[in-house]
Design a protein around this ligand. Structure first.
Ligand code: IMP
Ligand code: MG
Length: 181
C-alpha cells in the first residue's frame, strides 16, 4: 500500500491512521487528567515530533503552552554525542514539562535532552513518546506515557522520515529493506 504515486518504498502499514488517532486521544485524556491545574508545557524535539505534538496538544482538554528544540545526534561511532542546534525559546523553571517524542530507539538522544532540561529547574519532567522501540534501548529512561511498542524495524510516517521524506504519511509503515541500503 503506497500513498504517493510511483513510490514503492513503503512495505506495510504497521499502525493505521485510525489506530494512531485512538491512542493519541487516550494519551491526551491521561495527560489532561494528570496535569489538571498545572502550568503544563509540551516540548518537542524537531522535526519528527511535530505531527504527534500537534495531534496530542489538541487531545488535551486543558491549558498548555508549547516550545521546541532541535538536536543533531551522531549516535553512530561517536559514543552518542548530541548537540543542541535550536534551543527552547522560554524558561522551563517551575513548569510541568512533558517532552513529546515520535520514537525512542537507543534512548541516547532523549537521555541527553532530559539531562539538559533537568538542570533548568522544571517543577516536573516526564516523557510522552508515541513509539517505543524498546528492544534497542541502551540507556534506561523513565517513560510516563507510551503510545505503542514497536519492533526493531525502520519505520516511516507520522513524523518519521527516510532521508527527510515520508514524514507526511498519515500512518506508520515499514519500508522495503532495499530502500535502506
Ligand atoms: P535514539 O537516540 O537512538 O533514541 O534516536 C531517536 C531518534 O532516531 C528519533 O527521534 C528518530 O529521529 C530516529 N529514529 C529512530 N528510529 C527510527 C525509525 O524507525 N525511523 C525513523 N527515524 C528513527
Ligand atoms: Mg527525532
Amino acid at each position: 500500500m503506497t500513498r504517493f504515486s510511483g513510490d514503492s518504498v513503503v512495505e506495510k502499514v504497521l499502525i493505521t491512521e485510525e489506530a494512531i488517532a485512538a491512542r493519541v486521544a487516550e494519551l491526551g485524556s491521561a495527560i489532561a487528567r494528570d496535569y489538571a491545574g498545572q502550568d503544563l508545557r509540551l516540548l518537542t524535539v524537531l522535526r519528527g515530533g511535530l505531527f504527534f505534538l500537534a495531534d496530542l496538544a489538541r487531545a488535551i482538554d486543558s491549558h498548555l503552552t508549547l516550545d521546541f528544540m532541535a538536536v543533531s545526534s551522531f549516535s553512530a561511532g561517536t559514543g552518542g554525542a548530541v548537540r543542541i542546534t535550536k534551543d527552547l525559546d522560554d524558561s522551563i523553571e517551575g513548569a510541568a514539562v512533558v517532552v513529546v517524542e515520535d520514537i525512542i530507539d537507543t534512548g541516547l538522544t532523549l537521555n541527553y535532552v532530559l539531562s539538559v532540561l533537568k538542570g533548568r529547574g522544571p517543577a516536573s519532567l516526564e516523557v510522552c513518546t508515541l513509539l517505543d522501540k524498546d528492544i534497542r534501548r541502551i540507556v534506561d529512561l523513565p517513560i510516563a506515557y507510551r503510545g505503542f511498542s514497536v519492533p526493531d524495524r525502520f519505520l516511516v510516517g507520522y513524523g518519521l522520515d527516510l532521508g527527510g521524506r515520508l514524514r507526511n504519511l498519515p500512518y506508520i509503515a515499514t519500508v522495503d529493506e532495499a530502500a535502506l541500503t
